[in-house]
Design a protein around this ligand. Structure first.
Ligand SMILES: Nc1ncnc2c1ncn2[C@@H]1O[C@H](COP(=O)(O)OP(=O)(O)OP(=O)(O)O)[C@@H](O)[C@H]1O
Length: 604
């Protein structure tokens, strides 16, 4: 479609107007050589084309005015097939130029000697006049192009508006709703808005809306509650003004369901390490029994308490339970109760409102329970939870409501709880370190993961499994373990369980020089059974390389002894995460206590 054809009717009228003013015939053709406008009375644009040799074609080719003062002298006329029927004896032709492009040409035709004389004698005047008419055509083309651009822009905006995740409403400057996207059906009945003059205040009751409409104060992510058909929806709401040259033309409101926000956070965070039971390596009777049990309860909403030594795979089991359950597309949120200082744990779990305490973030913070909405919260190292929080957690589990710090609004929660600990909670109940009622509330489905020492037949499988992973990860192609190496590793006591084994394999794959991992590739501390214990756990007091727990102490203060031993353990195992983990094991204290002591004694 050429520019002139797009405004075809206007071109035809222009041709007729020029003709009636000048009292000459006028034709206007486009770059397809089609006549788009023609002042001849029986003009029909469908079957009219000008020839390639015509004057108006020449006008377009040259891009300048052409005057034909005699049809005798013109080559095109001589060749023209229409020559016999044509009465035109003189033409003044002008190109139509739009943004440096020739888009057509206008011709004034004289068919009698008299007209020819008038045309030629006044050709400057005629050209000036046609030039003005040509400008009109161009402005029409421009206008039409702008309209099309506006239409495309509008379409584009509508598609963007419809493709955003949240619900969007826009209003005019006085706050009356003029547009919305389909997502608003999550909050309002669309039929309530259609064809009616509705104000933002009528459907969103939040003080920020008034401030936005009346004062132009924008806001972001304020919490709001909607109640519709007996259902409560929690949402985040943001508002922006639409202004131009200091004048407010309206506002845009975006609403997002809190549950969608949580899902997004969950998707974006690294939490979606999906795990299934096939990824839990081991075929011992003990591991099979608990795998079956965990699989059976995965779809139940009941609380699970996973107990087992550190590194046995409690978190792996918790993930497998979640990701094989109906909740698998919902969040799995893990929180390590030992890794967060006591004073922050409550706000991490339940969130806080703006101004809840000094240092609280503007706008408050959502807690892990709310982030886990619809899914699973994994409370790792629950044995480290301070008593006052145990009381709060018990209430939350019983009432299924949370209250944020600094707020007295109850927020309902629908979250499955899986707790884990390497502590003997039953003993902690006796020493009053763990609430008995909370223990029973958590221990609805108990799962105890046996240590690696109790399922030695799993060790070869785990060794092979981690070898394969590390070969890939480190670009190695180690084929396996020599018999000697395998025997040593099976007989080792693996106090750090699967985690320790995993780290050991990574180490030996890095260091092994040959195709097979040999006994001599295994670190000396392991060969000497560095914990001075044999496979049955007996202490070897003569071991040279052993961690010294049998030293003859001079009289030292208790603090000094503790500090010295922590430094010694960290030196021995390293002060990275795995080292600290091992150090805490050997020292017989929890990781959290170790961290606390490191801080207390200023050990760097
Ligand atoms: N049966 C298993 N198969 C494969 N990998 C395992 C298995 N058990 C544990 N792991 C791996 O061992 C490491 C430790 O597991 P996990 O963190 O689940 O232990 P945990 O008992 O929760 O430890 P902690 O008490 O220290 O929190 C992880 O990298 C995990 O992937």
């Amino acid at each position: 479609m050429t520019y002139l054809k797009e405004i075809g009717e206007y071109v035809q009228t222009t041709a007729e107007v020029i003709s009636s003013i000048l009292d000459m015939q006028v034709i206007i053709c486009d770059t397809d050589l089609e006549l788009v406008g023609d002042s001849y009375p029986d003009f029909s644009p469908k079957d009219s084309r000008i020839s390639h040799e015509s004057i108006l074609t020449e006008v377009m080719e040259l891009g300048k005015n052409v005057v034909l003062d005699s049809n005798e002298s013109h080559q095109g006329c001589a060749k023209c097939a229409n020559r016999e029927k044509c009465n035109v004896i003189s033409i003044v032709g002008m190109p139509i130029i739009y943004e440096d492009n020739i888009i057509g040409s206008i011709g004034i035709l004289a068919e009698s000697q008299n007209s020819k004389e008038i045309l030629l004698s006044k050709k400057e005047y005629y050209m000036g006049f046609i030039s003005k008419m040509s400008d009109l055509l161009i402005s029409k083309v421009r206008e039409r192009k702008k309209n099309i651009e506006l239409k495309i822009l509008r379409k584009r905006l509508l598609s963007i508006v419809d493709s955003i995740d949240g619900a969007l409403i826009s209003s005019d400057g006085s706050g009356h709703i003029i547009h919305w996207n389909t997502n608003i059906k999550d909050f309002f009945n669309i039929s309530d808005l259609k064809g009616k003059k509705i104000h933002l205040y009528d459907i969103i009751q939040h003080p920020s809306i008034r401030e936005l409409v009346e004062k132009g104060i924008e806001f972001k992510n304020k919490e709001i509650v909607f109640n519709r058909d007996g259902k409560t929806t929690y949402a985040l709401i943001s508002g922006k003004t639409i202004d131009l040259d200091d004048y407010k033309y309206g506002a845009v409101i975006v609403l997002k369901k809190l549950t969608d926000v949580y899902d997004e956070v969950n998707d974006l965070s690294n939490n979606r390490i999906t795990t299934n039971f096939n990824q839990i390596v081991g075929s011992s009777k003990q591991i099979n029994i608990i795998k079956n049990k965990a699989q059976m309860v995965s779809n139940s909403k009941s609380t699970v308490l996973i107990q087992g030594e550190s590194g046995t795979g409690k978190e792996v089991f918790a993930r497998a339970i979640h990701y094989t359950s109906k909740l698998k597309d919902k969040p799995f949120i893990a929180i390590n109760c030992a890794a967060i200082p006591d004073n922050l744990l409550e706000s991490e779990l339940f969130g806080y409102d703006e101004g809840a305490f000094s240092g609280a973030k503007k706008g408050g913070k959502i807690g892990k329970f709310q982030l886990a909405e619809g899914g699973t919260i994994f409370l790792d190292e629950i044995g480290e939870m301070p008593l006052h929080l145990q009381t709060k957690l018990l209430r939350v589990l019983q009432e299924r409501y949370i209250e944020r710090l600094g707020s007295n609004t109850s927020i309902p929660i629908n979250v499955r709880v899986i707790a884990a600990t390497n502590k003997k909670l039953e003993e902690m109940i006796l020493t009053k370190e763990f609430r008995e009622d909370l223990y029973y509330r958590l221990n609805v489905i108990p799962i105890r993961i046996p240590s690696l020492r109790e399922r030695k037949e799993d060790i070869p499988f785990l060794l092979e499994y981690f070898l394969e992973i590390n070969n890939k990860l480190l670009g190695k192609s180690i084929k396996g373990y020599t018999e000697d190496a395998m025997k040593t590793l099976i007989n080792y006591d693996w106090r750090g369980n699967v985690r320790e084994l995993q780290n050991l394999v990574e180490y030996v794959v890095n260091m092994a020089p040959s195709d097979y991992i040999r006994k001599e590739d295994i670190p000396a501390r392991l060969l000497n059974n560095f914990r001075n214990s044999d496979a049955s756990g007996n202490i070897d007091k003569n071991s040279e390389d052993a961690f010294d727990i049998n030293e003859n102490y001079k009289v030292e203060s208790l603090d000094d002894i503790i500090k010295r031993n922590i430094i010694k353990a960290l030196k021995y195992f390293g002060d990275d995460l795995a080292g600290k983990e091992m150090a805490s094991k050997v020292l017989g204290i929890s990781r959290a206590t170790l961290y606390r002591k490191i801080k207390e004694y200023n050990i760097v």
